[in-house]
Design a protein around this ligand. Sequence first.
Ligand code: NCD
Length: 384
Amino acid sequence: MPMTETDAERTVSTDRENAARRVAALNRNDKPFHVVLAQQFDRRTIEELCQLADMIRAIGGSRQGTQFLRTMLSHHRAMLYFIQPSTRTFLSFTAACQIVGIPYNEVRDRSTSSELKGESEEDTIRVLSQYFDLIIMRHPAEGFAERVAHMLNDMPRTIPVINGGSGKDQHPTQAMLDIYTLFRSFGTPASVAHGTGGQEGRGRISAPRYTWNPFAGKTVAFVGDLKRGRTVRSLTYLLCRYPGVRLMFVAPPQLQIEEDILDYISRNGIEYELGDDIRGCIGDCDAIYMTRLQDEWDVDGESKAIDYDRYSLTYDMAKDFKPNLTIMHPLPRRHELDQELDALPQAKYWDQVRNGMWMRAALMASIFNVDVAIRDHYYAYYTF
Ligand code: NCD
């Protein structure tokens, strides 16, 4: 039976209530305490964190500044529980820990843990929560990081968890570094980058100017395996905070972005288009976000038959690029992103890697409320 209008409306409002409840369980003081879902970041939080990442970057440029930053979280300890393959995200987090001075340990292989003696993974996490003050985790199961956050909320000693990639579902810190990269590429007015109004509201790091929306009128295309690429899902949630952005999803039909994300985009009044060949859209794009084929999720080698050339960016396409195009990739790349493109000014994927380190340091500073001390230090020593 077709849904009546009221049924549909009821579904939408229930979805919204559920989303609000999920976010409320993860946030404290209106900002992320656990970092699990991209939906936790509203526009104010996104822009404050980009500003904080810029400040940490500036302070970290000198020996004295680096030493100052290292005192920020030196009284805490972090656990990197990464039981799914990772090099760059893992190393990005270790570098970020070093920037804010938080000592860390790692578990990267379940076979060395008591899970082999029959301990549940939940108990392993409970044990870790007694030694450490922060858990950063990468896990193959969707929803596991969120479950851990709820579990930690129920422990007498609640510590935060950061999701460094959860199955095919979400990768919120990657999305934050991606939007930070887009902010930097689309041009950041001085008032946002250096907060000329920054001395107001000393309780929380000053809010940048929300009236300025660099995404209005911009086209961002996502290309590749969009069904199983968690970075695309998370970044889409963030982009939906910016009215006037136009999204394109270019993917093989069987690997196209999932309906739940398309519903979310529509509910937020954002325009989108679906495509199945990159050549059809290159000239229109202000940013192209390339992704690899995520064939480790194949059940029966089903993606072998896909002609990935239609979802690959090659040097001969550069003649059609807008001069200010931003080319992104969460990495690792395969052949979908021609190495010859690396030398072009439009290639921003190495910047993404570096931006990620500053953004993750900013996230940790924000979780532990040392963002205000960093901001004050910045205004005392780094503005003229
Ligand atoms: C991505 C991931 O793990 O989701 N990599 C990353 O974290 N930078 C993308 C991928 O593996 O393709």
